[in-house]
Design a protein around this ligand. Structure first.
Ligand code: PMP
Ligand code: GLN
Length: 384
């Protein structure tokens, strides 16, 4: 069997959700909201299932969804994109796979910033290339131009950026984005820009797509996800957006991964993107309230919580909270003994991983947050 998969463990999200189910724990590990999906989109999906086609849609996506994605970005960010820039995928995870396979060849290197979403490094390796990690450091999690310059070598083909960043809960600043763009332009690199959290921004922040920076539209493959925009993570409808030539090549990688994505869900997402701009602000406010509730509860229980203003994740600093266990040991004990599942950040880096932080998902109902905070308080009593 392929040694890459033989040596690999099961994804931390799958492991923690299984442990949460086994122990009847509050699941603040894997990132999914337990509230928030607009009923109108569910109705649109039901209508499409009964009245629409249930046969293969075009591999690059339903024309209505490709146009809706392009129109969404024209409206939201003033980008000059059309349906021909869009390729619909089965979630952002598949889009990342297709974009990576389409970009690198054996012997190439791709730069990633850690902690990083857990599919990045394995997919880069499976494509025959080598992931080159740049470790971002808490609490600032900043991208530094000189560190990036030093990581680029003759074999570097691409940079994989995640903005806003999971699990740091941070939107990168204009200077950091410009650093990535400048290096990409000067060294002639592709940037795969994983922007799935583009609308999950709290505290009045404004998102800037990387492709909107000078000279970047022709070298960026943007990744988006309806799972995040509409809090429908199980639907697995995502997309790549890139200049037509790049999009066409990435679409060829996609065609032999999944070929296409459930047409009824695509129709419903198209409906949501056409109708749903007015849902974005209330969603942000709902997540901001949830963030404040969880943060306050955790701080009251004695935890040191890092700032979090994008995505629906926050990080707890264990040593600063008086806990001497590392992240893996804390996560294992918390789910078993205190009834709460969290994600250890060391799962998101291979070299020099942070071992003092755990991630919690705050995109939850009040009662879930309160139960999770109570269990975290119990964990601190048991483990500190
Ligand atoms: N990239 C990042 C940074 C993510 O956080 C996630 C999901 N949490 C994904 C990609 C995958 O998105 P999807 O569920 O649409 O595959
Ligand atoms: N991306 C989600 C998270 O960060 C989980 C995705 C998954 O389970 N594959 O929690």
């Amino acid at each position: 069997m392929n040694p890459l998969y033989e040596a690999m463990t099961t994804s931390v999200f799958e492991r923690m959700s299984a442990l949460a189910a086994k122990h009847g724990a509050v699941n603040l590990g894997q990132g999914f909201p337990d509230f928030g999906w607009p009923d109108e989109i569910l109705d649109a999906a039901a209508r499409a299932l009964k009245d629409g086609s249930n046969q293969y849609p075009p591999s690059r996506g339903l024309p209505a969804l490709r146009e809706a994605v392009a129109a969404h970005y024209r409206r939201q960010f003033g980008q000059e994109v059309a349906a021909e820039h869009v390729c619909v995928t089965s979630g952002a995870t598949e889009a990342l796979g297709a974009a990576i396979l389409a970009t690198v060849s054996p012997g190439d290197e791709m730069i990633i910033f850690t902690p990083a979403y857990d599919s990045y490094a394995p997919m880069i390796r499976r494509a025959g290339a080598t992931p080159v990690e740049i470790a971002l450091r808490p609490p600032g999690w900043r991208i530094e131009r000189d560190v990036l310059d030093a990581a680029v070598g003759p074999n570097t083909r691409a940079i994989l950026l995640n903005n806003p960043h999971n699990p740091a809960g941070r939107l990168f600043g204009p200077d950091e984005l410009e650093a990535v763009a400048a290096v990409a332009r000067e060294r002639d690199l592709i940037v795969i820009s994983d922007e799935v959290w583009e609308h999950v921004l709290l505290d009045q922040q404004r998102f800037t797509p990387l492709a909107s920076l000078p000279g970047m539209a022709e070298r960026t493959i943007k990744i988006g996800s309806a799972g995040k925009i509409f809090s429908l993570t199980g639907w697995k409808v995502g997309w790549m957006v890139a200049a037509p030539e790049l999009a066409g090549i990435a679409a060829r990688a996609h065609q032999f991964l999944t070929f296409s994505t459930a047409p009824n869900l695509q129709s419903a997402v198209a409906y949501g993107l056409d109708e749903g701009d007015s849902w974005i602000e209330p969603m942000r406010q709902r997540f901001a309230r949830a963030r404040d509730r969880m943060m306050e509860g955790l701080r009251h229980a004695g935890y040191a919580v890092l700032d979090a203003a994008s995505t629906y994740f926050l990080c707890v600093d264990l040593p600063a909270s008086g806990v001497s266990l590392d992240d893996q040991a804390f996560a294992a004990a918390a789910v078993e003994q205190a009834g709460v599942a969290v994600v250890p950040l060391s799962a998101f880096a291979e070299q020099d991983p942070p071992r003092q932080l755990v991630r919690l998902c705050f995109g939850k109902k009040d009662e879930t947050i309160d139960a999770g905070v109570a269990a975290m308080a119990k964990a601190r009593e048991l483990l500190a």
